[in-house]
Design a protein around this ligand. Structure first.
Ligand SMILES: C[S@@+](CC[C@H](N)C(=O)[O-])C[C@H]1O[C@@H](n2cnc3c(N)ncnc32)[C@H](O)[C@@H]1O
Length: 223
């Protein structure tokens, strides 16, 4: 796909910047507060966490789950997450999520600040893969930046794939995919794919809980 180079640069940004990543959780109280939404979310059973990063959410998920399988492409991120969320309940997998296929089904698939990094053209496949990874009665639960956060980013105009620029302390620059989903539009998009979704805004961010289509509905959504 034409966005391959962008996704490689996005992976490099997070790998190279892993040691700087946690600073935002120290600096932004709003982000720390957002972590508490986990307490009210239906996190149950065996949980698959996509793009676990430094494990900020992983540790909280582990407290609620039977098990957590946390996946991230960055070796540096996974090393930090391993130290933070060490538990017999948690298993880490280093993998590129655009290649990796879940080997089993999970009761919950959770992802924080990952959906915004999935190029729009890949979203139907992304949601299809998630639906296939959920056990009967399972749910996808997600947290991300809403449209108002775009004002704090250096967004590049006129791109087929929405792109933002990020810089690390050493001055290096990277392009990343950054889609600021609007909660209402996201709900409509998921509904058109056959999902049953509730996405609510939370202080500039959004929190979503979604159930996949039944097999019949999925077939209709695909056609
Ligand atoms: C915005 S961070 C989110 C981290 C964590 N979920 C959080 O909310 O703090 C995005 C994460 O996606 C990971 N990532 C980027 N590209 C990836 C890919 N292709 N496959 C798997 N993980 C990827 C990065 O390494 C990074 O940890």
């Amino acid at each position: 796909m034409e966005d391959d180079a962008l996704l490689t640069e996005q992976m490099a940004y997070y790998d190279d910047g892993a040691v700087e990543y946690d600073r935002q959780y120290t600096e932004y109280e709003q982000l720390r507060k957002l972590l508490t939404v986990v307490d009210d979310l239906p996190i149950t059973g065996d949980v698959l966490e996509l793009a676990c990063g430094t494990g900020r959410w992983t540790a909280l998920l582990a407290a609620r789950a039977h098990s957590v399988t946390a996946v991230d492409a960055s070796a540096e991120m996974v090393a930090i997450a391993r130290a933070r969320a060490a538990s017999p309940k948690v298993r880490f997998v280093r993998a590129d999520l655009f290649e990796w296929e879940p080997p089993r089904r999970y009761d919950t698939v959770f992802f924080a600040f990952w959906l915004s990094h999935v190029p729009p053209a890949r979203l139907p496949d992304f949601w299809r893969t998630l639906a296939a990874a959920l056990a009967p009665g399972g749910r996808a639960i997600f947290v991300d930046d809403g449209p108002s956060v775009a004002a704090q980013e250096e967004v590049l105009a006129d791109r087929t794939v929405p792109v933002a620029m990020r810089r690390l302390d050493d001055g290096s620059q990277y392009r990343i995919v950054k889609v600021f989903h609007d909660p209402r539009t996201l709900t409509e998009d998921l509904t058109s794919l056959g999902w049953s979704a509730r996405v609510r805004p939370v202080a500039g961010h959004f929190v979503g809980v979604a159930e996949p289509p039944s097999n019949g509905a999925q077939a209709v959504a695909r056609s």
